[in-house]
Design a protein around this ligand. Structure first.
Ligand code: ADP
Ligand code: NI
Length: 214
């Protein structure tokens, strides 16, 4: 018999068919695998970790007119259909609801370890070489500029500065990607983040060097 995890994989693949390459099934698969790797070092409910990793981007508000409720509705309906028990459903939905970087100011303290794990995995997939690739893919998808030489990128830009800076793809590194290393929850996550972080710094250095040909 097919397991709930197998059924979830099928469901997610189907739902994300045609998604932008940075938020497609392969993003989910990487996050799912990273989550399992991190979970090996933490005392956690593995079923909740796997289900949340698989469902965390099932209906990203970015691609659904900002609607944050669709993902929760879709996931609940699916999990109920698989006869997953209510307690597990609630834990999974809590993670889907609170995982996002942009909501980081609003999430409750004392987060469950399962959320910390999936969040670290999702953040790891946003940095390093994959992070660079996903970010440029997203920028291209939005038809954004890669870089604007008149705008000096810097860490911790305000929303206004970011807007003014035209939302270039390079700016996204300063707005988000370079901040992620210090936001890792788990020791495993921190360890894995360092190499990816250093790679992004190298990438940026080389990017500016090549841009500024004399
Ligand atoms: P979260 O769900 O944690 O808020 P997002 O889904 O917004 O994160 O971002 C996931 C990935 O999508 C980012 O790591 C990046 O690769 C890409 N992305 C999001 N916004 C932008 C942007 N403005 N420019 C370039 N890439 C972006
Ligand atoms: Ni994600």
């Amino acid at each position: 018999m097919e397991s709930t995890i197998d059924k979830t994989i099928e469901f997610v693949k189907e739902k994300l068919a045609g998604a932008e390459a940075g938020h497609d099934w392969y993003h989910i698969e990487r996050v799912w695998k990273l989550s399992q790797e991190i979970a090996q070092h933490e005392n956690s409910n593995k079923e909740v970790v796997e289900l949340a990793a698989l469902l965390h981007d099932i209906a990203d508000p970015k691609f659904h007119n900002g609607d944050e409720t669709i993902a929760l509705k879709v996931s609940r309906e699916f999990l109920e259909g698989q006869n997953v028990k209510e307690e597990t459903i609630e834990e999974v939905l809590f993670i889907i609801k609170n995982i996002s970087f942009k909501n980081r100011g609003e999430v409750p303290k004392d987060l469950p370890i399962e959320l910390k794990i999936v969040q670290d995995a999702d953040r790891l997939d946003a940095i390093g070489a994959i992070g660079v690739a996903r970010t440029f893919n997203f920028g291209g998808f939005k038809n954004n500029l890669m870089y604007h030489p008149d705008i000096e990128p810097k860490l911790n830009m305000s929303k206004e500065e970011y807007k003014k800076s035209n939302g270039t793809t390079i700016n996204h590194f300063y707005e988000k990607l370079l901040l992620l290393k210090d936001l890792m929850n788990t020791e495993t996550g921190k360890g894995l983040a360092q190499e990816r972080h250093d790679f992004m710094l190298k990438f940026l250095e080389q990017f500016y060097k090549e841009w500024n040909v004399e």
